[in-house]
Design a protein. Structure first.
Length: 296
């Protein structure tokens, strides 16, 4: 029976570690548990005050919730491994009575102290296999802390690139560039650069899908609000006379198609063409689609 309880704890730890692996180190997939947490908070924010979503708290709260879930899950799983073997498998300090400090809460205490790498030593493993398992938990705790910091430091540059792209599209729109100006070598260079930035943001959404759940507001830094204008640039130069501008238009359209595909496969699941996907992206981030804005 004790062995069965310990196996349950091992299963909990493995489930958490699998989620960490798919979230942090496997960019083509998204961890199942972390995705549930992030999506749930995002959907909850859409049902509350628009001001609450505009404040952008869903993303940071989601990341904090995922990290808390991982930490608590690892600590709880190892506590379930330790508990059936207390007090026989552990050495207690002289200030502690073993029979009074062998409850589940004491096993959780040992696990938390170990995963945090504090090593207080008042309750220490004595059996040989536990003396191997406990340092493994400390190693997992240290790796989890390091990986979490790297994860957070990767998400915020991705957000900066996304907001920079949105601002660049807004600048191009406000500049009032004519079709004749786009149909030139300079216009081709502008469209090429725009396509490259969109491709970069597509990679960011694939590698850091959590960044989708960070709201950009409704101003010029909102990509959901401005990405439709990039599609307009591609459409305006589709039949350009300048060969470079025509090629750049095709490249920009392909980049937008890839961008829409990433959004739809990972987050929106509409199964519709690119214009409708971009409109769904705008609605999901609290921005009116282009047609609605034009009507107003």
């Amino acid at each position: 029976m004790n062995g069965l309880i310990s196996l349950v704890g091992v299963a909990v730890v493995l489930i958490i570690l699998r989620d960490v692996f798919h979230t942090l180190w496997h960019p083509t997939r998204h961890g199942g548990l972390s995705r549930i947490v992030m999506t749930a908070l995002w959907r909850l924010s859409s049902r509350t005050s628009p001001r609450w979503r505009a404040a952008g708290v869903a993303g940071p709260l989601g990341v904090g919730g995922v990290v808390a879930m991982w930490t608590c899950g690892v600590a709880l799983g190892w506590a379930v491994v330790y508990w059936p073997h207390m007090p026989e498998g552990f050495v207690f300090s002289s200030a502690l009575e073993p029979t009074r400090h062998s409850r589940p809460v004491d096993a959780l205490y040992v696990s938390l102290v170990t995963v945090a790498t504090l090593g207080l030593g008042d309750i220490a493993p004595a059996e040989s296999w536990l003396r191997i398992v406990a340092p493994l938990e400390a190693l997992v705790g240290f790796a989890l802390l390091t990986a979490t910091v790297s994860w957070v430091l990767g998400i915020f540059p991705a957000l900066a690139r996304r907001r920079t792209l949105a601002l660049r599209v807004c600048h191009l729109r406000r500049a009032g560039i004519t079709d004749e100006q786009l149909d030139s070598e300079a216009g081709a260079a502008v469209l090429d650069a725009l396509a490259a930035e969109i491709a970069g943001v597509s990679v960011d959404f694939a590698q850091y899908p959590e960044s989708y759940y960070f709201h950009d507001g409704t101003g010029d830094t909102s990509l959901a609000l401005s990405i439709g204008h990039a599609a307009e640039f591609a459409e305006r130069t589709r039949r350009a006379q300048h060969p470079g501008a025509r090629i750049a238009s095709l490249v920009l359209a392909a980049a937008l198609d890839d961008f829409a595909t990433v959004l739809d496969e990972r987050f929106l699941h509409t199964g519709k063409p690119r214009p409708e996907i971009l409109d769904a992206y705008a609605r999901d981030h609290g921005a009116a689609p282009r047609d609605s804005r034009a009507a107003r």
